[in-house]
Design a protein around this ligand. Structure first.
Ligand code: HEC
Ligand code: HEC
Length: 363
């Protein structure tokens, strides 16, 4: 689904050559402001402003390039040619090939950006730029979701749209189930994973945000905001009825979605008593069981959390299920007070007195 939505529009050009039409001269400003015919939906101006603060008030992921034509070097000193710097962006971010040095489009873009630099600097040389690509912080909790919405709507908005509803440049994030750690990784490390210029990126068309473009504090606020958005993947009961609540008394509710397991699913193996179905971690204290089956037999049977497939001595997540039969319905387990997702990585329909799993799986 996502991949299809992200495919660049294929621009079919007709009428060139054969019927006597002239190719219009390349317009440097348009090549800066608009997507390129042979590229994806990104323009230079999607990621770079010429100068800041910007007219629209947005902060874009990459640094300003109004002075770039007159910088002595590029990309932390790794490149000395302006054309090479721009071509890296063509290849890495616009998803197309490098400009040849005599390509009229390059000459037009160079003339435009050269003119902007000349105007800004009055003939002086620009200072070189340096920036740090950093790891996602270990601690991503504690942000302010209201501040985060404003921050999102000043930064990520350029591609993901207001309040993360998506645009032709990037998918919706509101309403998807993602872990906070994954969002943090996208912000800090997304890009062309093959890149020699930017090492250690995690694959994606989204550009990373260097340390000085977005602080860890802003990152936490954005994650707090995204965690408040409701899931759109359908977690309601697919039979139209209510989810059966298997939680113990005093179970937790209203948790954030920050744990690395949020969004993970497992499929129960069937070992005894017709156990089947899937389980999905919805937030830090909620697990949904879908299409869940269990014939209700046994002596004292609970859903247990365990690690590495080991459930004896695991964490008891429900009351005794014996006598309740489930035939492909949906249920919810909210974690008991004091229990956290850190304590297990899989679930079993566990027969306590015998120490036997009727069916289990790992997230
Ligand atoms: C998807 C985002 C994206 C797009 C689109 C993009 N760039 Fe970049 N560009 C970056 C990132 C990220 C960097 C490296 C970090 C930085 O400079 O902020 C960069 C760096 C550069 C640099 C080097 C800056 C320096 O001094 O080190 C230049 C020049 C540049 N881009 C020009 C362009 C031009 C011209 C276009 C349009 C053809 C373009 N970029 C399109 C993201 C993008
Ligand atoms: C220059 C455009 C651009 C900007 C700005 C941008 N993104 Fe993205 N983002 C994308 C694109 C394109 C994708 C899908 C491809 C990919 O995963 O890299 C994406 C994907 C993502 C994903 C993964 C979604 C999924 O379902 O897998 C997350 C999370 C995300 N972006 C968060 C952010 C946040 C937070 C910000 C602001 C700090 C931001 N993005 C800014 C373009 C952008």
């Amino acid at each position: 689904m996502l991949a299809t939505a992200m495919l660049a529009t294929v621009v079919v050009t007709t009428g060139c050559g054969g019927d006597g039409e002239q190719t219009p001269p390349a317009d440097g400003q348009a090549l800066y402001e608009k997507p390129h015919d042979d590229g994806n939906t990104f323009a230079c101006a999607t990621c770079h402003a010429l100068a800041e603060p910007t007219a629209d008030g947005y902060t874009r992921p990459a640094h300003t390039i109004g002075e770039a034509a007159l910088r002595p070097n590029y990309k932390n000193g790794q490149l000395t040619s302006f054309l090479d710097a721009v071509n890296t962006c063509r290849e890495h971010w616009l998803g197309t090939t490098a400009f040849a040095e005599d390509d009229p489009r390059w000459l037009a873009l160079e003339a435009y950006l050269g003119g902007v630099a000349e105007e800004t600097l009055g003939g002086a040389q620009a200072a070189p730029l340096s920036f740090d690509i950093v790891d996602a912080p270990d601690d991503i909790m504690g942000g302010d979701h209201e501040v985060g919405e404003d921050t999102f709507n000043r930064t990520c908005i350029v591609c993901h749209g207001a309040s993360a509803v998506g645009t032709e440049r990037a998918p919706a994030i509101a309403g998807t189930i993602l872990t906070g750690d994954f969002v943090a990784l996208k912000i800090r490390r997304s890009g062309n994973a093959e890149s020699a210029i930017y090492p250690n990126l995690t694959p994606g068309r989204m550009p990373f945000w260097a340390a000085d473009r977005l602080s860890d504090g802003e990152l936490r606020d954005i994650i707090a905001f995204l965690a408040m958005s409701e899931p759109v993947i359908d977690v309601s009961d697919n039979t139209g009825g209510e989810r059966v609540d298997l939680s113990q008394d005093g179970a937790q509710e209203g948790c954030t979605k920050s744990h690395v397991l949020v969004g993970s699913s497992l499929t129960f193996s069937t070992k005894a008593h017709a156990v089947a179905g899937t389980a999905t971690v919805i937030d830090d204290c909620t697990i949904h069981l879908d299409d869940f089956s269990f014939d209700g037999g046994g002596i004292d049977v609970h859903v247990f959390g365990g690690s590495d497939g080991n459930y004896s001595g695991g964490v008891d997540l429900t009351g005794n299920l014996v006598g309740n039969s489930f035939d492909g319905g949906d249920a919810v387990i909210r974690l008991p007070g004091g229990v956290s997702l850190d304590q297990f990585d899989g679930l079993s329909v566990w027969c306590v007195p015998v120490g036997f799993s009727f069916g289990d799986g790992q997230f």
